[in-house]
Design a protein around this ligand. Structure first.
Ligand SMILES: [Zn+2]
Length: 126
């Protein structure tokens, strides 16, 4: 992966700006034009955010976080109330899906912020 940019912005700032779905470079412009679609360039500072391909990293982060939220509660429910498998499915599947869809865009922002700070572009097609 090639190094694209030299930045003076710290890792923490770049990641937190990304978490807020803002441009990691300036923190002002919106980093996304849709749910998960990054803008090609920042409207404020012209940082080329559309070149950064986060690939599987945001889903990996999202699954890691949601798994650590849902699984403990599912185990608590199983141990304390002996729910049926059907009740577990009714409760945990929609909750898991809702949490995944809610958290994923923010994890993508954080991943783009981190990759931007590292100067990584992601996989390239040759
Ligand atoms: Zn910007």
């Amino acid at each position: 992966m090639p190094i694209l940019y030299k930045q003076k912005i710290g890792f923490k700032s770049a990641i937190t700006r990304g978490l807020r779905r803002r441009c990691p470079s300036c923190g002002e412009g919106k980093a996304f034009s849709g749910y998960l679609q990054p803008v090609s360039v920042c409207s404020v500072c012209s940082a080329p955010l559309g070149d950064i391909r986060a690939d599987d990293f945001p889903p990996y982060l999202t699954i890691f976080i949601v798994g650590h939220i849902v699984v403990p509660f599912a185990l608590i429910a199983e141990q304390n109330w002996e729910w049926s498998v059907g009740l577990h499915m009714i409760v945990w599947l929609p909750l898991t899906l809702a949490l995944l869809l809610a958290i994923l865009p923010f994890m993508k922002g954080a991943a783009i912020g981190l990759m931007w700070r590292l100067g990584l572009k992601g996989d390239e097609q040759h």
